[in-house]
Design a protein around this ligand. Structure first.
Ligand SMILES: Nc1ncnc2c1ncn2[C@@H]1O[C@H](COP(=O)(O)OP(=O)(O)O)[C@@H](O)[C@H]1O
Ligand SMILES: [Mg+2]
Length: 259
């Protein structure tokens, strides 16, 4: 039995739009399990980002609960919620948010130093290890403007996991990257997952979806179905057939979901 990290119950989100209510999330029930790489797949406009924001405490749902650590985080004060976002959750977005006048390494160290349970030396060591894993050791002292989009996104991922979050949230993290940088970022997420990092990612990219061991389909703000796969890191990299099979399996599931 897998442990549940996060559970959304009857999650609803509507927006007022010129006097009418637009229901973007409709009664979403979703459990996220420890050590899973869960990917929510759905067409553009299906409500993926809205789900991610409302399940992660970045936005307040109109109805429903999000249980984390036996607490309904939708009812927490902004201060308590901010603490959870800073130390228990990590975030990566399509648009890369780095502080422009800090180097890549400094961007990662700043949130790391906010964790008072660790010494600066411990934070520095974890950052160095992450930068090595991200293949960013040479770029670490450059400013975000002096590196490629792929390098900047990898630094943003390092920053997102510096505090060892219980759950890493990612919203189309490869959406603005070219093919080779997309591959590197996905490899990195897979590597983090292999080391036990739980991930909840939303995407509409099939290549990215292959990385999941659990795929969830969203359509018109409702969960349409889900599928289990073996962890991506268990595939033999040299075995091209295994990858093709996985792609066929995901494609056939997507067609059954009306993709
Ligand atoms: N702040 C908002 N106000 C009104 N409508 C919104 C808002 N945010 C999202 N929506 C609408 O909700 C729907 C789903 O949006 P979104 O969650 O961004 O989809 P996705 O990430 O799957 O592309 C879209 O139709 C979008 O226009
Ligand atoms: Mg989106």
């Amino acid at each position: 039995m897998k442990n549940t990290i996060l559970e959304a119950k009857n999650l609803c989100k509507s927006f007022a739009n010129e006097g009418t209510q637009v229901h973007v999330l409709n009664n979403v029930d979703l459990k996220i399990y420890e050590e899973d790489f869960t990917i929510v797949m759905g067409a553009s406009g299906s409500g993926k980002s809205t789900l991610l924001y409302n399940i992660s405490g970045m936005d307040k749902p109109s109805e429903g609960e999000v249980i984390f650590d036996e607490t309904d985080i939708t009812k927490l004060s902004e201060k308590k919620l901010a603490k959870i976002r800073a130390f228990s959750f990590g975030f990566v977005f399509q648009q890369i948010h780095l502080v422009n006048n800090l180097t890549l390494l400094e961007n990662t160290l700043v949130p790391g130093y906010m964790d008072k349970t660790k010494t600066k030396q411990q934070v520095k060591e974890r950052a160095d290890k992450l930068f090595e894993m991200m293949d960013l050791t040479e770029a670490k002292d450059r400013l975000p403007a002096q590196v490629s989009g792929g390098e900047a996104q990898r630094a943003a991922i390092a920053r997102a996991v510096i505090n060892e979050p219980k759950l890493l949230f990612a919203d189309e993290p490869t959406g603005a990257l070219n093919r080779s940088n997309t591959g590197k970022v996905l490899d990195l997420m897979t590597g983090l997952n292999r080391e036990g990092q739980s991930i909840l990612m939303v995407t509409h990219d099939i290549k990215a979806a292959l990385r999941a061991n659990r795929l969830v389909y969203i359509e018109d703000g409702k969960i349409g179905g889900e599928m289990e796969l073996k962890p991506f890191y268990e595939l033999d990299k040299a075995d091209k057939t295994a990858l093709k099979d996985r792609e066929a399996q995901v494609n056939s599931w997507l067609s059954s979901m009306n993709w």
